[in-house]
Design a protein around this ligand. Structure first.
Ligand code: GLN
Length: 196
């Protein structure tokens, strides 16, 4: 779990609920021996600065590009994407999932909201989803699998909100803030697939 900023405690608790051992990553040495990495939500520009000052940016880019299973939510999703709109020009992009993402793209009125999303891969019961100044997926590349879409309201287009490309899973919302653990369980399964 990247533990520089943002919803670290809630994410760690969610994985602990599933019986997973959680390591907090703050320095390059903490990257040793991980089965997977979670990048929590927070503020992508701040995370980007802290990744630089902690010296994690280079080593983390390497482990991500070598295929470490990674789960990014909200700001974490922004950092993992190939293209970021309305970001700071110098903000870090790991570029391991082929998405064009607009920061804070749901607009001012709908900046934070709660909803439910249907995730066919997780069954018939919709997943509760809390969106907080969430990023919008403007477009996704051919290798990206869209696992859930949020229906646009009032003429707004539908938007992907959970996506996967190989070992990289991202969600635009905050799964750690609700009690449903199916998305975390899916990520744990991904880390096991990778080890097999
Ligand atoms: N708007 C934030 C950003 O740009 C993301 C918000 C969040 O992670 N809840 O990083």
């Amino acid at each position: 779990m990247l533990a520089l900023q943002g919803g670290v405690r809630e994410h760690a608790a969610a994985f602990a609920d599933l019986g997973e051992h959680v390591v907090e990553v703050r320095r390059p040495a903490d990257l040793q021996g991980l089965a997977g990495l979670v990048i929590p939500g927070g503020e992508s520009t701040t995370l980007s600065l802290l990744l630089g000052s902690s010296g994690l940016d280079g080593p983390l880019t390497e482990v991500l590009q070598s295929g470490l299973p990674t789960f990014g939510t909200c700001a974490g999703m922004i950092l993992l994407a190939t293209d970021v709109l309305d970001g700071r020009p110098d903000q870090l992009s790991f570029g391991v999932i082929d998405l064009t993402i607009r920061r804070n793209g749901y607009g001012r009125q709908a900046a934070s909201f709660e909803g439910e999303v249907l995730v066919p891969a997780l069954g018939d019961v919709p997943l509760p989803a809390v969106f907080i100044r969430a990023p919008v997926v403007e477009s996704s590349g051919p290798d990206v699998e869209v696992l859930a879409t949020l229906r646009g309201e009032g003429g707004a287009p539908d938007r992907p909100v959970i996506c996967r490309q190989g070992p990289v899973l991202v969600a635009a919302f905050h799964p750690e803030l609700t009690a449903d653990r199916r998305l975390q369980r899916l990520f744990v399964e991904m880390t096991k697939e990778e080890r097999r």
